[in-house]
Design a protein around this ligand. Structure first.
Ligand SMILES: [Zn+2]
Length: 216
């Protein structure tokens, strides 16, 4: 006898044959136009392009919530694969390697996982670009950035990351769940470039719509 695990939509809990979201819930997600959003984020230094697949709506927040609290390996990988559909092909096809924004070991212990890692693995499988989480690590425990101003954020991020090997000439895609100010992404990109990366592209599931309004 073969065990069949019941499968449900992570958002509305409806029965589902396969996948993580029913068509109704998928249709509630709002894909962005897929173009480069670098000009819309506050911290652009060392990032060559920045992509977000969906707008960070309530429906998407619900999906990301499940990434944090249930079945995260499967949910993360499926989201990474779904993201591949919405990503600009020219951005992805030029990349040599994908990696994820690393969590500090202490934070990873507290939370138990790094969701960006699972998204990156799913994306990697779908676009056939190797995923390597080992190229960059976090060596400094950074405090929450939400109450910090620009200078304080940069200070906070300085030397937060360390690379594990030379990255000469590599074109790297850094994966994360949500693109907000870009502070973490920019600090990560800086370290990758200091160690020889030729190009760094930010690849994220979602970005808030308000981001654009703030900067335009
Ligand atoms: Zn549903």
């Amino acid at each position: 006898m073969k065990w069949v695990f019941p499968n449900h939509c992570i958002s509305c809990n409806d029965n589902l044959d396969e996948g993580i979201l029913c068509n109704l819930c998928i249709n509630q997600l709002e894909p962005t136009d897929g173009r480069d959003r670098l000009s819309e984020i506050f911290f652009q230094e060392n990032i060559d392009k920045a992509f977000a697949c969906w707008w960070f709506t309530d429906a998407l927040q619900e999906v990301i919530h499940h990434l944090k609290y249930s079945d995260r390996a499967r949910v993360g990988k499926v989201l990474g694969k779904m993201a591949a559909v919405h990503l600009d092909n020219s951005a992805i096809s030029s990349l040599d390697i994908l990696t994820a924004i690393p969590l500090h070991p202490k934070k990873k212990r507290e939370r138990g996982y790094n969701q960006a890692l699972w998204i990156g693995k799913g994306l990697s499988e779908q676009v056939s670009i190797p995923f390597d989480a080992s190229i960059i690590h976090r060596q400094k425990y950074t405090v929450s950035q939400t109450t910090l101003d620009r200078e304080e954020r940069l200070q906070n991020m300085e030397n937060a990351f360390v690379t594990s090997r030379p990255l000469n000439g590599l074109k790297i895609g850094i994966v994360d769940d949500v693109l907000t100010t870009g502070a973490t992404m920019s600090a990560c990109a800086k370290k990758l470039k200091q160690n020889g990366a030729e190009r760094v592209v930010a690849i994220t599931l979602a970005t808030p719509k308000i981001q654009k309004e703030k900067t335009s």
